[in-house]
Design a protein around this ligand. Structure first.
Ligand SMILES: *[C@@H]1O[C@H](CO)[C@@H](O)[C@H](O)[C@H]1NC(C)=O
Ligand SMILES: *[C@@H]1O[C@H](CO)[C@@H](O)[C@H](O)[C@H]1NC(C)=O
Ligand SMILES: *[C@@H]1O[C@H](CO)[C@@H](O)[C@H](O)[C@H]1NC(C)=O
Ligand SMILES: *[C@@H]1O[C@H](CO)[C@@H](O)[C@H](O)[C@H]1NC(C)=O
Ligand SMILES: *[C@@H]1O[C@H](CO)[C@@H](O)[C@H](O)[C@H]1NC(C)=O
Ligand SMILES: *[C@@H]1O[C@H](CO)[C@@H](O)[C@H](O)[C@H]1NC(C)=O
Ligand SMILES: *[C@@H]1O[C@H](CO)[C@@H](O)[C@H](O)[C@H]1NC(C)=O
Ligand SMILES: *[C@@H]1O[C@H](CO)[C@@H](O)[C@H](O)[C@H]1NC(C)=O
Ligand SMILES: *[C@@H]1O[C@H](CO)[C@@H](O)[C@H](O)[C@H]1NC(C)=O
Length: 759
């Protein structure tokens, strides 16, 4: 992650130096144009953009080749490779609005998880609803079409409205698509413009990394019996919407992921007719204003067309303000653990057994091997002398150094004792290991020291434990709100399974290694918000199937207001970071996704494109900035920061002039009844620590018919600045018999969003 941030920084610095020097060096830019300014002489925007480029070109012969993409919907404009002087001239041409340098993105996977398991949310859909008419598009690293997850057994005909294609290319024949995988395309012109010398070996939609195969099978993989990761997590693998269709738009390449390609992919996906867009990528710790964020802009176009966009929050947690993909028209997903762990067992010569977390993929178990305590395991030489043993290491030396030394010495096995709550190496260790805490570690050391014959130990692996508690917890890496570019909307929206998720993988991309030999598997256990976003995309597909006329905002509302704030011990969801303290909505949003309830939420908070524009107006965006995002003009006559959103956040961070006085912040919201008949709902407020006074007016909402709307006012009264960093609670609208609990999280915080912005 650190290198990538540096890369982004470098590319920004380079851009500046290009501009200030006269080097005829090209760089790639995304150019926003006013599409209504197209001169009559041009029949389409593509020819206008080409002509514009030739008119600014230093070398008119090269002009057409410098147009990379002409975008048709996601943004108005094009991407092009330009010299600094060309960029300068371009800025004077009619219709020009602004430019953004093309920038790299990252896939939101982390390889550092410990706790493993399968999706706890699976099986939540009812048999009547598998999402067969819904098309989920993914912009990712491609797909492995032969994976059993993408078989079309039991699938009906492809919906006739589908306009997508299955493009052929290297090792990818268009006949590889079927009634499950209905589209596959690839985008790399932006990558090639930036890196003309790169040799793309898999120039096709085929996945060579595994990431895109994993995310698409998580969202909508068909049933696969006997799925396993080297004996761990064995069972039937299936996506959240096993009958939904998949369309893959490959824009993630091992040589880099560029926003120009991602934009082209989203552009095409919208035109092809997808219903849900699942994005597991983003900019790394590179917070933007929204009009500079291509994912935010393209998602706005998708939302206007009724396409729901689900995106990963990022893996930059656990500090506040690390969240990406937080545009208010996107559903932003954090990552949680699930209730399944993988274990190994250490048995000492005296019969004592110690269980530890491991997903060592190898077959070898060690039986009655002698144990030796080597303190810090600092000397590889000393370890080599003990290589036929299980070495026991304990020191405040870096754990990674100890693991590295033990691996180099090729010891039979190793036990590492440390107080790290996060043994990053415990996951897919390449030789038999056990990572123990200080207390259990001391038991092992005592046994070795007290044994006057030869101390021995056995190590066995491949134990899958189901029902571990507490679960879910928000995982350490999951990025946290607020979203500095748009703090007035609480983010993330939801938590979904993200840690140690089993799903399909490319059989050619190594999943682990044992003793330096790479291992391959059709399934892999992966962690990240990359894994949690497609879970939500799949459940959104189920809702879309049952309620085809619902807007993206209504679907998001259904997912959020039914989410669970409790874990499987019925306590509030905890944070794996910070000693498992209670998580706040800045960590988990409305809570953990609850697919069954989301299909039938009772009430929804809807929002239109215009509501989002009113928010941008209230954020003091200029007309030009709003135009870049919305692709149309809007006079900011109506402004409101109070978006009709199913959650609440307010910043009590400044000193109020009258420090004794309490300040009051008001929200106005409108809910729509989505059930037939008469319903009465009563407000119920929880939490807020007694520090904030909460008032709801009216306290009762009566609906006489389906689709009737009712409005209410929520007032929060408290001191400014707030002494605590975060005070949180919730407002629930509960119907008479308690069948529907429409819950919204409330956050009052003293955080200063501007201070969280990173350059
Ligand atoms: C694609 O596969 C079909 C069926 O196997 C075959 O007939 C066709 O020639 C292939 N096309 C290409 C371009 O390889
Ligand atoms: C690209 O790959 C091909 C086939 O592997 C090879 O022949 C060629 O030399 C490579 N080109 C570059 C620039 O690396
Ligand atoms: C020492 O270890 C051996 C096995 O290696 C075991 O049989 C014996 O009970 C141990 N002695 C003590 C005192 O733990
Ligand atoms: C484990 O054993 C199986 C069956 O003997 C073999 O196919 C597999 O390659 C082995 N795995 C490793 C990591 O050695
Ligand atoms: C371990 O901790 C002690 C005490 O804090 C310190 O003196 C020593 O240098 C540390 N050792 C290493 C290898 O960091
Ligand atoms: C772990 O040990 C190190 C070094 O002894 C110490 O600085 C640190 O506070 C310990 N952490 C915990 C959580 O006990
Ligand atoms: C927008 O500008 C107005 C007037 O200058 C100011 O009062 C308000 O605080 C600004 N809003 C935001 C969100 O910056
Ligand atoms: C502003 O709101 C009023 C009242 O809802 C409406 O009549 C008017 O058309 C809105 N103006 C714009 C520019 O949308
Ligand atoms: C209302 O909130 C209280 C806590 O303030 C809670 O105990 C109660 O169960 C809630 N009622 C309903 C119907 O959710």
């Amino acid at each position: 992650m650190a290198t990538l941030t540096l890369q982004v920084l470098c590319s920004i610095l380079f851009t500046f130096s290009y501009l200030s020097s006269n080097l005829a060096q090209h760089d790639t830019y995304i150019i926003h144009m006013d599409s209504s300014a197209i001169p009559k002489a041009f029949s389409d925007h593509h020819s206008w953009y080409s002509a514009t480029l030739s008119s600014v070109s230093d070398n008119s012969k090269a002009a057409t080749s410098s147009l990379i993409y002409a975008y048709t919907g996601s943004i108005h404009g094009f991407s092009a490779s330009l010299t600094p002087s060309e960029l300068e001239t371009l800025q004077k041409t009619p219709g020009y609005i602004s430019f953004t340098p093309d920038r790299p993105l990252t896939m939101h996977t982390t390889h550092t998880s410990q706790f493993l398991g399968l999706s706890s949310a699976s099986g939540a859909w009812s048999a009547s609803s598998h999402g067969h008419d819904v098309i989920i598009g993914l912009v990712d690293t491609g797909i492995w079409p032969e994976s059993e997850s993408f078989k079309d057994d039991g699938m009906t005909q492809i919906p006739s409205r589908w306009k997508g294609k299955c493009e052929s290319g290297t090792q990818f024949n268009s006949s590889l698509c079927n009634k499950k995988l209905i589209g596959a395309r690839y985008f790399n012109k932006g990558l090639l413009a930036k890196n003309p010398k790169v040799n793309i070996t898999m120039n096709s939609p085929r996945d060579t990394s595994g990431h895109g195969t994993h995310t698409s099978s998580t969202a909508a993989g068909n049933f696969v019996k006997g799925a396993t990761y080297f004996g761990y997590a064995t069972g039937t693998s299936k996506g959240m919407a096993p009958r939904a269709r998949i369309a893959m738009y490959k824009a993630g390449w091992r040589y880099g992921v560029y926003s120009s390609d991602v934009l082209a992919a989203i552009d095409q996906a919208i035109q092809d007719g997808i219903d849900i867009l699942s994005l597991s990528l983003g900019f790394s710790l590179d917070a933007n204003v929204l009009q500079d964020d291509p994912i935010a802009i393209a998602s706005f176009a998708a939302m206007e067309k009724g396409v729901m966009v689900v995106a990963s929050a990022g893996n930059e947690g656990p500090l506040y303000g690390t969240l990406g993909n937080g545009a208010p028209w996107v559903l932003t997903v954090g990552a949680g653990t699930i209730d399944r762990e993988f274990h190994g067992i250490l048995t000492l010569g005296n019969g004592m057994q110690i269980t530890f977390v491991s997903m060592y993929p190898g077959n070898s178990s060690l039986t009655q091997v002698s144990l030796v305590f080597l303190n810090g395991c600092k000397s590889v030489e000393e370890m080599k002398k003990n290589k036929n043993k299980i070495v026991v290491c304990k020191d405040n030396l870096s754990l990674s150094t100890q693991v590295y030394n033990a691996k180099s010495a090729r010891v039979y096995g190793a036990i590492f004792i440390s107080n790290y709550s996060l043994p990053e190496f415990a996951t897919k260790s390449s030789f038999p290991t056990a990572f123990l805490g200080l207390h259990e570690g001391q038991t092992v050391i005592d046994y070795i020291k007290r044994n006057n014959s030869i101390p021995r130990g056995s190590l066995i692996y491949h134990k899958t434990v189901i029902g571990t508690k507490p679960a879910p917890m928000v995982d350490i890496y999951s990025s946290r709100g607020p979203f500095p570019s748009c703090p007035s909307v609480l983010k993330p929206d939801l938590l979904a399974p993200g840690s140690s998720i089993l799903a399909s993988w490319c059989p050619t991309s190594p999943v682990a290694e044992v003793r330096s030999h790479p291992l391959f598997s059709k399934f892999n256990l992966e962690s990240g918000t990359s894994m949690s976003a497609p879970h939500v995309a799949g459940v959104a597909a189920l809702i879309k199937e049952v309620h085809p006329d619902w807007s993206p905002a209504a679907i998001r509302s259904a997912l959020m207001t039914t989410a669970s704030s409790l874990d499987n011990t019925l306590s509030p969801i905890k944070d794996r970071a910070y000693n498992k303290r209670q998580a706040s909505p800045l960590d988990i949003g409305a809570g953990h996704i609850n697919p069954n309830k989301a299909l039938d939420p009772g009430l929804v908070y809807d929002a239109t494109a215009e509501d989002y524009v009113k928010l941008l107006c209230a954020m003091n965006y200029t007309a030009a900035q709003i135009r870049i995002i919305t692709k149309s003009t809007y006079n900011c006559e109506n402004r409101s920061l109070d978006l009709n959103y199913p959650s609440f956040i307010v910043f009590f961070n400044e000193y109020d002039s009258n420090s004794k006085a309490k300040v009051v912040h008001e929200f106005r919201r409108t809910v729509t009844n989505v059930r037939e008949g008469r319903w009465t709902y009563t407000a119920n407020v929880t939490g807020m620590n007694g520090l904030i006074k909460v008032k709801v007016e009216p306290e009762k909402l009566v609906f006489k018919q389906k689709y009737e709307k009712q409005s209410y006012k929520l007032s929060l009264e408290g001191p400014k600045p707030l002494k605590e960093v975060v005070v949180h609670g919730s407002l629930s609208w509960v119907n008479d018999d308690g069948k529907y609990v429409v819950r919204s999280p409330i956050v009052v915080t003293s955080l200063v969003p501007e201070s969280l912005l990173r350059a």
